[in-house]
Write a protein that binds this ligand. Sequence first.
Ligand SMILES: C[S@@+](CC[C@H](N)C(=O)[O-])C[C@H]1O[C@@H](n2cnc3c(N)ncnc32)[C@H](O)[C@@H]1O
Length: 256
Amino acid sequence: MSIIVVLCFKAFHLTAPSTIFTTWVALGNYMNPSIFAATDHYIASLFASEDACLKETLRNNENAGLPEIDVSAVQGKLLQVFAKMCQARYVLELGTLGGYSTIWLARAIPEDGKVITIERNEEYARVARKNIENAGLIHKVDIRVGTAIEVLAELDTELSQSFDMVFLDADKPPYMQYLQWALRHSRPGTIIIADNVIRAGKVLDENSDDPAVIGVQQFNKALAEAAGVTSVVIQTIGVKDHDGMAIAVVDYPQHA
Ligand SMILES: C[S@@+](CC[C@H](N)C(=O)[O-])C[C@H]1O[C@@H](n2cnc3c(N)ncnc32)[C@H](O)[C@@H]1O
């Protein structure tokens, strides 16, 4: 069938058969989500292969019954790329889980740098601590146990410097509050990343009553309209579900 279509287009000089064929293949692949996972594995094999420590982290998480909601290997590597782009020494992460993304981040900062990571679940934080110790990175990581809003209020009183990078990956309803806090603790050049802001397209539903969807809708709008910030959202797809990551760089200080 596809050969007949290509021949017809060739005979009538309608358009390049290679274009038709590429489109045909692309459409066929779109129907087949396994192509996204396979491509993710291909990218990971080239750019983001997990060493024994990262693999063990995921095994420990599974054995401890943690949900499999960590970033993918490729996304972990993407976090490292962002950390290096802004020469991050001082990083804030909201949502530690078992420390998988924390390890990617801590590996990207210098020996005297610090990742402060916030986790409300004590058991998850205990697993994360063990994983980060096993990775030999605990001297670069400060795990704060508590709800993000409470811990951020504590940090307000103790911080003496701005963050170079902030990674939002905790609960979605307060994402806009997390953004506002991050902006107040940023410097020109600070990179802010927020995961899960597309939610398999549910973000398009203006009548959604899902608090997570409403949270990311508010966040995306606030980020797009924020003064002094250059930002965008990209869709993400691969071994994890269809979702999206917001990426922002602060242009000028936002201190109140
Ligand atoms: C998506 S997971 C984080 C995954 C982790 N960043 C990774 O990629 O390895 C979200 C985590 O945020 C934690 N969390 C959710 N709401 C929170 C809150 N309000 N304060 C602190 N942690 C929260 C959850 O317990 C969960 O461990």
